[in-house]
Write a protein of this length. Structure first.
Length: 474
């Protein structure tokens, strides 16, 4: 009997060992959602993989992959071709045969493998996927087309009025930057120069937070209101529409802590600002737009931003029932988060705003704060290969706009002025041109600092870039 029990135990252990050592195969095509847009990953038997996203061209990668099933959690590594990047991640196969992957992409040696599967995005480089082999079940989750009412036409007309514009940065945005004095005086002649260059509107970047009380009722300083009013009035005087932007806000826009106001109280302070702004500008003409918050941050996330923006809209509507509002997308204002927005079904006087700076290593070449200090991508030749991902992104944006009945604005796009000037002109002309073709209004970044397209000392615009933008014909 003892001999039989011993044999049974050995047999059980052998079966267990066989089960534990069973090879985990990822081969085949998996489907999932990335920010509620279709993502596809194909793993081939030769250890190559193909990752693509409907909404985000930069996520489209081909290369090698490898897995390690002996660790807990199991590990997956990806090596995209020709990008100088790699990915280190973890994955698990669930009982229902779905797969979850959490992977950090970046420069080898600088990335950090996640330690747990986390569906909440905590950085711009860490991605999460819930995947299945059933494509139809994924497509069923994507929002159906929305039938926009007749009043939706107004926002499209107002979007045309914004047309091709520029961000008026480093004037009243209060963001400290070495080598520049923020909130510096702006001669009226410079507003006129913007209009004469052919721009149709200005996105006025304002840091209200640095010019308001930190205790209730969070009153905005009258002297600062007067300064902003003068700029708005000069814009209107020169035929420029103006979008008043809530820019550089601690905690909920920037990651900088606020020593004087708690995280939750900052939301109450933001609501107070728009109560004050709404009342202050309620009698201004429709050429004045409200941009509710620049680039809501990752800490806020999509759910909180949807809650906040819907409350902000109700606050503004009390004093400005007919004002056109610009609504940023979640998680730093990116185009690939369009599907995460939850807009009110009873308000169609809204323009959705995204920012576009791809390819990132070219547009931010050399900038340490953007993790591009070692970038060698200083040239953009405008080849078909370089244009293809941009066209993919803009096609997605256009499809989203048509499916949801909402006009869109490219609130920021641009390149640093340290890259090849001819390349800057080619890139900016192409991106701007694709926006115009699709009825997307835009605001170039920016007027001052390293993204500028105008020489501050001479007051002269860079002619090659202005020619590429072709503003006079718009």
């Amino acid at each position: 009997m003892k001999r039989f029990i011993s044999f049974a135990w050995v047999a059980a252990l052998m079966l267990l060992a066989t089960a534990c050592s069973k090879k985990v195969s990822l081969e085949g095509t998996w489907y999932g959602l990335y920010n509620k847009s279709l993502a596809t990953i194909t793993f081939s038997a030769d250890s190559t993989m193909d990752l693509s996203s409907e909404a985000f061209s930069t996520l489209s990668k081909q290369g090698k992959y490898s897995i390690n099933t002996q660790t807990t959690p199991m590990q997956i590594d990806m090596e995209p071709e020709g990008l100088g990047m790699s990915g280190e991640g973890i994955f698990r196969i669930n009982p229902d045969q779905t797969m979850e992957i959490c992977i950090d992409f970046g420069v080898p040696g600088q990335i950090k493998r996640p330690t747990e599967i986390n569906s909440k995005q905590t950085s711009m480089t860490t991605l999460y996927f819930m995947l299945t082999r059933d494509k139809e079940s994924v497509l069923a989750e994507i929002a159906p087309k929305v039938k926009a009412p007749a009043e939706a036409r107004l926002a499209f007309e107002r979007n045309k009025r914004l047309g091709s514009g520029i961000n008026l940065n480093a004037v009243v945005d209060g963001n400290l930057h070495p080598g520049y004095e923020r909130d510096a005086p702006l001669p009226d002649s410079e507003i006129k120069s913007i209009a004469n260059a052919g721009f149709q509107s200005i996105r006025l970047n304002v840091c209200w937070a640095k010019h308001a009380a930190t205790e209730k009722p969070y009153t905005i300083a009258p002297a600062f209101f007067k300064k902003v009013d003068h700029i708005v009035d000069e814009c209107l005087k020169n035929g420029l529409a103006v979008s008043i932007d809530q820019h550089y806000y601690p905690y909920i826009n920037m990651d900088q802590p606020d020593e004087n106001v708690s995280y939750e109280d900052n939301y109450e302070r933001l609501y107070s600002f728009w109560e004050q702004l709404g009342e202050h500008y309620k009698n201004y003409p429709p050429e004045v737009y409200f941009d509710l918050l620049n680039e809501p941050n990752l800490r806020m996330g999509a759910d909180k931003w949807n809650e906040v923006l819907n409350k902000l809209i109700k606050i503004v509507r009390k004093s400005n029932p007919d004002r056109t509002l610009l609504i940023a997308t979640p998680n730093l204002g990116q185009h690939w988060t369009l599907n995460l927005l939850e807009l009110p079904e009873d308000d169609w006087n809204l323009i959705v705003e995204f920012h576009y700076y791809l390819p990132h290593l070219f547009t931010h070449n050399g900038l340490a704060y953007a993790q591009a200090e070692n970038s060698q991508q200083a040239v953009w030749m405008g080849t078909d290969e370089e244009k293809a991902p941009i066209l993919q992104d803009f096609d997605f944006i256009q499809r989203w706009s048509e499916a949801h009945g909402r006009p869109v604005n490219m609130g920021e796009y641009g390149t640093v002025n340290t890259v090849n000037e001819a390349s800057r002109a080619r890139y900016l002309g192409f991106v701007h041109g694709e926006a115009v073709k699709r009825g997307i209004s835009s605001h170039l970044w920016g007027y001052r600092e390293v993204f500028q397209i105008r020489d501050e000392k001479t007051g002269e615009w860079v002619p090659e870039i202005l020619n590429a933008l072709n503003l006079k014909d718009k």
